[in-house]
Design a protein around this ligand. Structure first.
Ligand SMILES: *[C@@H]1O[C@H](CO)[C@@H](O)[C@H](O)[C@H]1NC(C)=O
Ligand SMILES: *[C@@H]1O[C@H](CO)[C@@H](O)[C@H](O)[C@H]1NC(C)=O
Length: 360
């Protein structure tokens, strides 16, 4: 628990993909209510994801549930009342969050400022056909209360949540409804969406991965860029001597391309002399097994030197116009210079295979 970013969800989904007979699928709803959303931004947003892809969206400005994928827009994808019904539920949620935000601020003695309530609700169908369900609430980015559908109990993660836990457990119908939603309704809808969106959701585009290094102020920044992949969930990490370095990596997140695929960039700072100990590991639904990529500092370009030698030889042959002996002696000297060149640059060359650092 604890990862309330969208990326964290994607990774959660991916775990266990490899070596599986079937692929796991997930349906998630992510609600966010904010006291201070920023000017012009909706204070309440409700987003639905199938397999990590946004497929429906609602916000407190438009107050309407709208499709976000082509397959959800297709005529007959869902029953005619679907949009109206979903909109009614979302509007009612919006009212609940208005109240919850107030309650939580009171409980935490927060009289003002910027506060956020988030809720993730969802279910997974795993490779072996079993299902899993979640219902978790966070306040200001930290876990607040979570539902355990098997025991039909709630876990209060902070003291301020104990009152909520008691209330929800005293009213037995709350747990009953949550359990039914997670085990039945959610799973049924996930199967429906999987069927409707089959063509789009089963699209697989493997990432193109590029690794490069750049040295500045005695620090080597290694970058690993995965480009053009689909679906969105991906796990890109830096390994040093085979050990994941999750603490030290930085990522700007996963961003969409105009063709519906995604890209991401993950960097790590290293000691320049350790450059060859690092590997970028990429795990994605399109790959049979995780891919490993290392930085190959570009070799000093030999072509100009070789050309130089040939030109010199030809020049000598023509200009000198003399014998075989002079020609050989010059070629020999040039040959030495050519051998020295690679040693000067060696492995610490930090210009890399690409000096640009794409901004995300
Ligand atoms: C709110 O929803 C509408 C569509 O319902 C969308 O056009 C708009 O971009 C959304 N606003 C934000 C900030 O996402
Ligand atoms: C909030 O304030 C009340 C009364 O001032 C106090 O009893 C309570 O412990 C405070 N709660 C927190 C979380 O600080």
């Amino acid at each position: 628990m604890g990862s309330w970013g969208i990326l964290g969800w994607g990774l959660l989904l991916l775990r266990g993909v490899c070596g599986a007979a079937g692929e796991p699928h997930s349906l998630r709803y992510f609600h966010t209510a904010m006291t201070d959303p920023g000017s012009g931004m909706p204070w309440f947003v409700d987003v639905g994801y199938v397999d990590g892809e946004i497929f429906v969206h609602y916000n407190s400005t438009a107050r309407k549930v709208v499709p976000r994928t082509e397959w959800m827009k297709a005529p007959g994808a869902v029953d005619p009342e679907y949009w109206e019904r979903s909109t009614r539920i979302a509007q009612s949620n919006e009212r609940v969050y208005r109240v919850s935000l107030g309650t939580l601020q009171e409980r935490f003695n927060h009289s003002g400022g910027s506060h956020t309530v988030q809720r993730k609700i969802g279910c997974d169908i795993l490779e072996d056909g079993t299902t899993r369900g979640y219902h978790q609430v966070a306040y200001d980015g930290r876990d607040f209360i979570a539902f355990d559908k098997d025991t039909k109990t709630f876990t209060a993660t902070v003291p301020e949540a104990v009152l909520t836990k008691r209330r929800w457990e005293d009213d037995g119908s709350v747990a009953e409804r949550f359990k039914h939603y997670l085990e039945e309704t959610c799973v049924e809808w996930l199967r429906t969406y999987m069927e409707r969106g089959k063509a789009e959701l089963e699209r697989r585009e493997p990432p193109e991965v590029r690794v490069w290094g750049k040295k500045a102020d005695g620090i080597l920044t290694l970058s690993c860029r995965a480009h053009g992949f689909y679906p969105r969930p991906i796990d890109v990490s830096w390994m040093k001597d085979g050990v994941a370095q999750n603490q030290d990596t930085q990522s700007g997140g996963i961003a969409p391309n105009s063709d519906g695929t995604y890209h991401t960039l993950v960097t790590i700072d290293a000691r320049p002399e350790d450059w060859d100990k690092y590997q970028c590991r990429v795990e994605h639904a399109s790959l049979q097994q995780p891919g490993f990529y290392s930085w190959e500092p570009s070799q000093p370009n030999l072509v100009p030197i070789v050309v130089g030698v040939i030109v010199a030889i030809v020049a000598i042959a023509i200009v000198g116009g003399v014998g075989f002996i002079i020609y050989r002696s010059h070629a020999g000297k040039k040959g030495k210079g050519y051998n020295i060149a690679p040693a000067q640059d060696g492995g610490s060359n930090s210009s890399g295979t690409g000096s640009d650092r794409p901004v995300i």
